[in-house]
Design a protein around this ligand. Structure first.
Ligand SMILES: [Zn+2]
Ligand SMILES: [Zn+2]
Length: 132
């Protein structure tokens, strides 16, 4: 069981599952949305992600025609993203997770769009765009 929430604490969620993948996304949208050189995200099953507080605080921003980014209306924490054609998957923003976990299946994506000032040679696989 994974628990987490936003910065202000208004939104709290529970995920009935494990974090099985971490992608560090360096795309320009994630950099803007997170205010950081990359976002750390994991796909989770929509039907196992439960909002136990603050569901009414969730706000959606359509950053691409087919993609929503969902964040807290009060504090702005990014919570997850979702694609219209993959309704059973949400991409959870792992910085909002409070439960300690480890996951060796980690990699960088969209490194060709990465910030010029960040050198992320940590030995993990790197992909210029999506993971093939
Ligand atoms: Zn909040
Ligand atoms: Zn991205």
């Amino acid at each position: 069981m994974i628990e987490g929430g936003c910065l202000c604490g208004g939104i709290r969620y529970r995920y009935d599952g494990e974090i099985e993948e971490i992608s560090y996304c360096h795309c320009s949208q994630c950099r803007k949305a997170h205010g950081s050189p990359f976002a750390a995200v994991s796909p989770v099953a929509t039907d196992r992600l439960e909002f136990i507080a603050g569901a009414e605080l969730l706000r959606e921003y359509r950053s691409s025609p087919d993609k929503l980014r969902v964040f807290c209306a009060t504090c702005g924490s990014p919570i997850y993203s979702a694609k219209d054609d993959l309704p059973h998957i949400r991409r959870l923003r792992l910085g909002t997770v409070d439960t300690p976990f480890t996951c060796a299946n980690a990699f960088h994506i969209f490194t060709e769009s990465g910030a010029s000032w960040w050198d992320c040679d940590d030995g993990l696989p790197r992909y210029a765009q999506r993971k093939p």
